[in-house]
Design a protein around this ligand. Structure first.
Ligand code: ACO
Length: 429
């Protein structure tokens, strides 16, 4: 039975249809609101706004549920690989053995980047942040690979090429930033191994694969692969809605991800934990500062727009952190501080009242440190992981029958009509 919400305004009654998703999420359809009533909605930060219908990712922030194409992220973290999860997100279902084999071959075949791109990398100032380099280079891919992206075949080709090259470009930017020789991708290695080899292999010390490290990277990327309409994904959809090419839309998503309130939080968490460690380990002071309304400091890696309970990804990440450090026989003082800080925060009335729990970034930086990733590359690692999600969301938006260019309205609060004053008559300027 169709459901409606009734709106009474200036003596008139309007019926607004209710849309219901497959998991019983409900939304008011306001497509005709302005046309019929002259009203718009006001929702800064879009906290109550559904911008699209999507069949990719489901999350329930109250229950701590996250599923890609219906499959719980916990199951994917246990059984899947990043490559398979990418296929799932982009194509809507798990691949057959033959489809996965073909996908692997395509990823390997397109993993080289144009040699001319190396000069771009080399000419960025030494202190450039790798996220700035990566987003610029992804945008530049369009100049190197300007083929049309119109038919399904062309789009699939571009998508696979992007997945393959971003991993190479990320490792390349790291090598060049260190003044090391670039390591080329190897066709005999799987997606994660290839990345680790390109990052850490040197002519004097060949990289030795450790099973637990490879698996940790696999799980890290699976956990980051999609998260429905977050800030960077919305950037991809909004920029993509102007029908720009895929590279430009993904580059916009990368720029959005860079911020410390979003994907940059993994770097910010480790910097925060390091500061606490350097200043004697008093994590309680950080908790007190985060509660002080006169202090802009926030506990990085805590809180989430959607999760009002423990982020399910953070649970997996925390366990992985423990397992990885014990497998590598590593002791990281930042992990001890993180655990103590979490214990104090989750039992503190302020954090309980505000529903603030660790998010995916709280423990992910410690995992990345154990893998050997430098801190300024953390958000790049997130970006590689989020790539299949951005691609899936971009593809879905391109095929959306309700597609329209993103163009919100506003409530104007500036001056009413006023008139130009010639310079000679202006006073006090
Ligand atoms: N530390 C202290 N207080 C916090 C924190 C925090 N980390 N996060 C939110 N709050 C408080 C706010 O001060 C505010 O308090 P008030 O209502 O008393 O004024 C309340 O909780 C709500 O905060 P908002 O900023 O309105 O929540 P929003 O949903 O807009 O923001 C965000 C979510 C950006 C994630 C926020 O929790 C935050 O800044 N966290 C720290 C950064 C971080 O970890 N980001 C990663 C998020 S996960 C991801 O993007 C991959």
């Amino acid at each position: 039975m169709d459901e409606y919400v009734t709106l009474n305004y200036k003596g008139e009654t309007y019926r607004l249809p209710v849309i219901i998703g497959t998991e019983n999420e409900c939304g008011i359809d306001i497509l005709a609101l302005r046309r019929d009533t002259g009203l718009i909605t006001f929702d800064p930060g879009f906290a109550n706004t559904g911008a699209c219908k999507s069949s990719i990712t489901y999350m329930d922030g109250e229950k701590g549920i996250l599923r890609y194409r219906g499959i719980p992220v916990e199951e994917l973290a246990e059984h899947s690989t990043f490559k398979e999860t990418s296929y799932l997100l982009i194509n809507g279902r798990l691949p057959t053995a033959e489809e996965l084999r073909h996908f692997s071959i395509m990823l390997n075949d397109h993993s080289l980047v144009h040699e001319d791109m190396k000069t771009f990398f080399q000419n960025f100032p030494r202190a450039s942040h790798p996220m700035g380099i990566l987003s610029a280079m992804v945008n530049a891919l369009r100049s190197f690979y300007p083929e049309l992206q119109t038919t399904e075949e062309e789009i699939n080709f571009t998508v696979t090429r992007l997945l393959a090259k971003v991993r190479t470009m990320a490792a390349m930017s790291y090598k060049i930033s260190r003044g090391h020789t670039v390591v080329y991708p190897r066709p005999d290695l799987a997606y994660c191994e290839n990345f680790l080899n390109m990052m850490f292999n040197t002519p004097v010390k060949p990289y030795e694969f450790v099973r637990e490290v490879v698996r940790a990277l696999e799980v890290f990327w699976i956990l980051h692969a999609d998260h429905e309409q977050n800030c960077s994904t919305t950037a991809v959809r909004v920029v993509g809605s102007g029908r720009v090419n895929l590279y430009a839309a993904i580059s916009a998503g990368m720029s959005a991800l860079w911020g410390p309130l979003h994907g940059g939080a993994n770097q910010a968490v480790v910097e925060m934990l390091s500061d606490i460690y350097r200043s004697g380990g008093d994590y309680r002071k950080a908790v007190e500062r985060a509660k002080d309304k006169d202090d802009p400091f926030r506990l990085m890696g805590f809180g989430h727009r959607v999760y009002k309970t423990y982020d399910p990804r953070a649970k997996i990440m925390k366990k992985m952190c423990d397992d990885l450090l014990s497998a590598l026989k590593l002791k990281d003082p930042l992990l001890d501080i993180a655990k103590e800080l979490e214990e104090v925060a989750v039992n503190d009335a302020y954090f309980i009242d505000h529903n603030l729990y660790p998010n995916v970034d709280f423990y992910s930086g410690i995992v990345l440190r154990a893998i050997g990733i430098p801190t300024n590359m953390f958000t790049v690692m997130f970006a590689i992981g989020r790539l299949p999600g951005w691609i899936a969301q971009w593809k879905e938006s391109m095929d959306d029958p309700q597609w329209r260019i993103s163009r919100p309205r506003q409530i104007y609060t500036g001056p009413s009509e006023t008139h130009y004053v010639p310079m000679a008559k202006r006073k006090g300027i």
